[in-house]
Design a protein around this ligand. Structure first.
Ligand code: DAH
Length: 356
């Protein structure tokens, strides 16, 4: 205990002499560590008489505190000096590119919607919308699909209770009712596309109970089938990005158009691989026709003065074909892995209107 003063003085000298944090830590261990000089002395207290023990204990504690305080002060000094040194030597290169943040992806359906609006917008179409919950009249009757028409069964309709006995509602089975709503409220000329959700009780790899269609409608005094063919040819070539994409208009039937056609695009299915625009196969992509005079009259439009064409197609279908997406069911799973794979970068301006 006699050399406590000396131990303390030497310990404090070592602390003051420490040039860096490591040296300081060595000084601390030598004095206050488990086997340090002061710690060792503490262990000898047990062999002293009670009076001696009290005096020696107090002296040791004072020495310990003094050294600890000196260590803390020295540590702060050394750390501040180290920081100063770093600040003096380091510099920030503000010209480095930023680290990329987490970026979301555009859903393929949204991407196709944007493309549709861009292409048809370029051709002078505007976008119209309508309700998802429809009545029988707009979804069927006004479109020349009377109550017992077989087309009603083919639509696998979701029915909903209406306000009264006989006016059940339907989840619209196609976007065509928006044709009716537009013609009821708009004086021709009319030139619209109607993208939106549609609903049918159907579910497999290429059908979903909720899916999307885009409808087109043109009504004026002079539009004929040549305009229909020209518009859809330009659209298909622009959308699929194939300037000489072959199209085939195949006679068909829809209650709301006369004559009606289905449109096929040329493709190759060789080796189980679909190539659009090449080869000798055909792929059906949409339905169309000249708007039936009865439909015009149902909407209060004079069919002796006005005429026009309409078309409709499935948005999932043309998306799957263009981007090679094999299964429809993953479209609505919100699986990030799927979205990262099939989605589109949000900040890329699509160059869409090709070949127009
Ligand atoms: N509404 C039809 C369907 O859902 C698609 C369609 C075909 C719409 C021909 C039209 C058209 O406007 O002219 O299957």
């Amino acid at each position: 205990m006699e050399n406590l003063e000396q131990l303390q003085r030497q310990a404090l000298e070592r602390v003051e002499a420490a040039e860096n944090v490591e040296a300081l830590e060595a000084a601390r261990v030598r004095a206050l560590g488990k086997k340090g000089e002061i710690t060792q002395l503490m262990k000898t207290l047990g062999g002293l008489s009670p009076d001696e023990r009290r005096a020696a204990g107090q002296a040791l504690n004072r020495a310990k505190d003094k050294i600890a305080v000196a260590i803390e002060a020295r540590r702060e000094l050394l750390e501040a000096a180290a920081l100063e040194a770093r600040l003096a030597t380091e510099s920030i290169d503000v010209t480095l590119p930023a680290r990329p943040g987490i970026v979301g992806r555009i859903h393929p359906i949204s991407q196709t919607l944007e493309e549709l609006v861009a292409i048809f917008g370029e051709m002078g179409f505007s976008v119209a919308e309508g309700p998802h919950i429809e009545d029988d009249f707009h979804n069927f009757t006004a479109l020349n699909i009377p109550p017992d028409h077989p087309a009603r069964q083919e639509h696998d309709t979701f029915y909903m209770p209406g306000d009264g006995e006989d006016d059940r509602k339907v989840l619209r089975t196609h976007t065509s009712p928006v044709q009716i709503r537009t013609m009821q409220t708009t004086e021709p000329p009319i030139r619209i596309i109607v993208p939106g959700r549609t609903f049918r009780a159907d579910h497999d790899a290429t059908h979903s109970p909720m899916f999307h269609q885009v409808e087109g409608l043109v009504i004026d005094e002079a539009t004929h089938m040549g305009h229909l063919k020209g518009t859809l040819t330009d659209f298909c070539r622009a959308y699929f990005g194939v300037d000489d994409l072959p199209l085939r208009f195949r006679p068909s039937f829809f209650p709301f158009t006369e004559p009606s056609a289905e449109v096929d695009i040329g493709c190759s299915k060789e080796g189980g691989q679909l190539k659009i625009g090449a080869g000798s196969d055909w792929l059906e992509i949409l339905g169309c026709g000249m708007v039936h005079p009865k439909v015009l009259e149902n909407c209060g439009i004079d069919s002796t003065k006005y005429q026009g064409y309409a078309f409709g197609m499935g948005i999932e279908r043309i998306t799957m074909l263009k981007y090679g997406i094999p299964d429809l069911r993953f479209f609505y799973d919100s699986d990030l892995r799927w979205l990262r794979h099939f989605g589109f970068p949000p900040l890329e301006v699509p160059s869409l209107v090709r070949g127009m």
